[in-house]
Design a protein around this ligand. Structure first.
Ligand code: FES
Ligand code: FES
Length: 176
């Protein structure tokens, strides 16, 4: 009988800006590789079949469910996990800051997936309307918040980024 060591495949990818090489079984999911081989446990596993969005990461800038992708499929790709969205260690990304201010989380289990999805959403739609926000968040489930704080967080980040881009002062908050 062959052991998994016999079938291990070398996968090289850029994870949160650093080149990483890991040896994985071909059937290893990207989520498991990130969590177990690289120790990036901020990528959560909820349903493990593509429904909840807790495992969302960016692969070459696109939000993907890491439980639906094999690690070998990420060969050569740039992967960003929740650990890589902040500008520096100990800091929050603007999305994380807004989620905090808008009470966009309670237990926090879904939060890494939402934060990653929101970063991707705002890349696609820098000034999203309500339908675009709801569509952008539709792949993520939250059992705690009722989503209103999460939607407000998206609106707050968009308004701050757009105010900065226009050269004006950043608004302190949004009302919804
Ligand atoms: S754990 Fe991947 S979508 Fe739920
Ligand atoms: S904050 Fe608990 S599941 Fe979303």
């Amino acid at each position: 009988m062959r052991s998994s060591a016999d079938t291990a495949v070398r996968v090289t990818m850029t994870v949160n800006g650093s080149q990483r090489g890991i040896d994985v079984d071909p059937r290893t999911l990207l989520a498991d590789a990130l969590r177990e081989e690289l120790g990036l446990t901020g990528t959560h596993l909820g349903c493990e079949h593509g429904v909840c969005g807790a495992c969302t990461v960016l692969v070459d800038g696109e939000a993907v469910r890491a439980c639906l992708m094999f690690a070998v499929q990420a060969e050569g790709a740039a992967v960003t996990t929740i650990e890589g969205v902040a500008p520096a260690p100990g800091e929050l990304s603007d999305v994380q800051q807004a989620m905090h201010e808008c009470h966009g989380l309670q237990c926090g289990f879904c939060t890494p997936g939402f934060v990653v999805s929101i970063h991707a959403l705002l890349e696609r739609h820098p000034d999203p309307d309500d339908a675009q926000i709801r569509d952008g968040l539709s792949g993520n489930l939250c059992r705690c918040t009722g989503y209103q704080g999460i939607v407000r967080a998206v609106q707050l980040v968009a308004s701050r980024r757009n105010a900065r881009a226009a050269g004006g002062g950043a608004p302190s908050g949004v009302t919804a």
